[in-house]
Design a protein around this ligand. Structure first.
Ligand SMILES: [Zn+2]
Length: 389
């Protein structure tokens, strides 16, 4: 049994001043209160200087790309980024697996308890089985040649089965509206609709927006004329997703760097369970740009946060992502940001019965967030995360 308290407890939804959470030996929440309550045994309470939060949910990562750390130049744009990732895909397998294990450790140390992780193959099965974190693996499809669509989906199903055989949570998802033939895109979204969950990169870059709006530009030049069939049908990448999405599928839209209010409202008419996932450090890395976070706050959007992979980030720290959002969009407020980093991510990944908030019976983990500016309820450059439970 442990009784843990701090200046504030963030429950997953709100701050409780001088809150106390009691955990049993298995890490299950057995009571929640505050230091003012007479029933709390104060002498057994461990008091920490900071905010006590449930464990973070990293809603978007590619652990498979961890070996590409620090090699792709920053701010070179999406097309150049895609070229580089493709060129590093065939690196030494041992090196790739080792880098995945290190990334997993780093996430654990940074207070992450669950990850929505994109995988193109089954190299990460063993790491995920060995990990203390809970992974939902999205087996990603990606190919512009319509003649290979059946082969691609069959391969994705085999990879999915390999994760499932290891007892891991898994489903199939398309990479992005610009990188699949119409047939493969339609089949992949259908697989996700059947599983009830999809995670698709959306409106991430200038190059992608230019490709759909003008049917030309860097991305069209790189990927070639196989795109022309579907490009004539859509003037915006999101429209391709909305054509096939089912109303009740958990839809994680990743990045949304170029999403506007009209896109948001159209999405509401096609899907009831959209989560807008922001990966700000990755957006800054690739094209030095950020989504319109104030707009999403104003619209009361269901937002979660991801680190993306080490190929487009310097580390896998949710605290780093929160600092970028808090310093760039101070109107959001720390309470909202922490909800995005905890409960909303758990809801998006269907893990909220166990994780994301301090509620009786859950095992969400507990973090100490220290070096907080309590006067303004803001993070500071020194704010850091320590795992307590
Ligand atoms: Zn990604």
């Amino acid at each position: 049994m442990r009784l843990i308290s701090g200046h504030y407890v963030f429950t997953g939804r709100e701050f409780v001043r001088n809150g106390v959470v009691e955990f049993d030996n298995a890490g299950k929440v057995v009571s929640i209160g505050s230091l003012g309550d007479s029933v709390i045994e104060k002498e057994r309470t461990e008091f920490f200087n900071g905010i006590i939060s449930p464990g973070f949910i990293n809603a978007h990562c590619h652990s498979e790309l961890s070996h590409i750390k620090g090699v792709i130049p920053q701010h070179s744009g999406m097309t150049e980024f895609c070229k580089s990732v493709i060129s590093y895909r065939n690196s030494d397998v041992n090196e790739q697996v080792l880098a995945m294990y290190e990334a997993d450790k780093q996430m654990e140390n940074e207070g992450i308890v669950a990850v929505g992780d994109i995988s193109n193959n089954d190299l990460s099965v063993k790491m995920k089985k060995d990990s203390r974190l809970i992974y939902h693996t999205f087996v990603e499809t990606l190919n512009l040649n319509p003649n290979l669509a059946d082969e691609n989906i069959a391969k994705a199903r085999t990879v999915k089965q390999n994760f499932a055989n290891a007892g891991l949570r898994v489903s199939i998802t398309p990479h992005a509206p610009y990188s699949l033939s119409e047939r493969l895109f339609e089949m992949s979204v259908a697989e996700g609709n059947d599983s009830g969950i999809l995670s698709i990169h959306n409106e991430e870059s200038f190059d992608e927006m230019e490709l759909f709006a003008k049917k030309q530009g860097k991305m069209r030049d790189f990927f070639g004329n196989e795109m022309d069939d579907f490009l004539s049908c859509y003037d915006n990448p999101l429209h391709r997703i909305l054509k096939y999405i089912a109303l009740e599928t958990n839809l994680l839209l990743i990045h949304n760097t170029h999403t506007n209010e009209q896109d948001f409202r159209q999405t509401l008419t096609r899907n009831r369970k959209t989560t807008w996932v922001f990966c700000p450090a990755s957006n800054l890395y690739i094209e030095n740009n950020l989504p319109d976070v104030n707009l999403f706050s104003k619209l009361n959007a269901h937002v979660a946060i991801g680190t993306d992979s080490l190929s487009s980030n310097t580390n896998l720290s949710m605290m780093q992502e929160l600092k970028i959002l808090d310093s760039t969009f101070p109107a959001t407020g720390l309470q909202t940001l922490l909800r995005w980093a905890t409960l909303n991510g758990a809801e998006a990944l269907n893990l909220d019965s166990e994780l994301g908030s301090f509620e009786l019976g859950k095992r969400p983990g507990a973090l100490l967030l220290s070096d907080i500016d309590f006067k303004n309820m803001r993070l500071t450059t020194n704010s850091k995360t320590t795992r307590l439970v």
